[in-house]
Write a protein that binds this ligand. Structure first.
Ligand code: AMP
Length: 223
């Protein structure tokens, strides 16, 4: 197995709707390393009309987590691909303690150490409004919000000019409530785990996208 010790290896964590996907996409452009979102991998699988796809779709619709084994397999396979040789950004993984421990094993196997685990902190009161208003361009994935991030021209994507948009099916009030419960019960214990390793960097996620991005650059020591 190749050693992949070079490059940046960063984890984004935080409550659903904290902006980790948005910030991971921005950082990916700056560092030219892939953005690995386990949520996105699951959504792609769920879009297939296969038995596994349907099973995953049922989990996502309820805001339940996929099993650790399935997720660990997915990530393990993905980070062994050539584009991860010079680093990667993990978004939404690890989401449980067993996943965090499995990540440690994978990193050891590849001779990699994490640069940082960035926790984007956003209070619960503003999470629901953020999530319920968000949508994305069907063509390029650029993210928008009904209130906080409207396209410059109504109905037209700023980035690619696309005119079709979608909302995530799990971005509804009932599912979000369940996702928040699962975050507290299952993901929150990973925070002290990374803190003990000296990897945790907390960033206030309540400002504008640009302001949060600047804070992330600063904790990562990017000019
Ligand atoms: P996200 O796009 O990160 O908000 O993830 C969307 C949904 O995918 C979550 O609510 C979970 O149901 C599922 N999911 C994503 N990542 C994981 C993971 N690491 N472990 C278990 N379930 C996950």
């Amino acid at each position: 197995m190749n050693k992949k010790g070079m490059g940046r290896h960063i984890v984004f964590t935080g409550v659903p709707g904290c902006g980790k996907g948005t910030q991971a996409r921005i950082l990916k452009e700056k560092l030219s390393i892939p953005h690995l979102s386990t949520g996105e991998m699951l959504r792609q699988e769920a879009a297939k009309a296969t038995p596994l796809g349907l099973e995953i779709k049922a989990l996502l619709d309820k805001g339940e987590f996929a099993t650790d084994d399935m997720i660990i397999d997915m990530v393990s396979q993905r980070i062994s691909e050539p584009d991860c040789e010079h680093g990667f950004i993990l978004d939404g993984f690890p989401r449980t303690l067993p996943q965090a421990k499995a990540l440690d094993k994978l990193l050891t196997k590849y001779g990699i150490s994490l640069d940082a685990v960035i926790e984007i902190q956003v209070p619960d009161e503003i999470i629901m409004e953020r999530i319920l208003g968000r949508y994305a361009c069907m063509k390029c994935g650029a993210g928008y919000h009904d209130k906080f991030q409207k396209p410059k021209i109504y109905g037209v994507c700023d980035v690619c000019g696309g005119t079709d948009f979608y909302r995530r099916l799990d971005d509804n009030r009932t599912t979000v409530q369940n996702r928040l419960i699962n975050y507290r019960a299952l993901t929150y214990p990973t925070i002290p785990y990374f803190e003990k390793k000296g990897l945790l960097r907390c960033v206030d996620g309540t400002g504008t996208i640009e302001a949060v991005s600047k804070k992330i650059d600063s904790v990562l020591g990017i000019a």
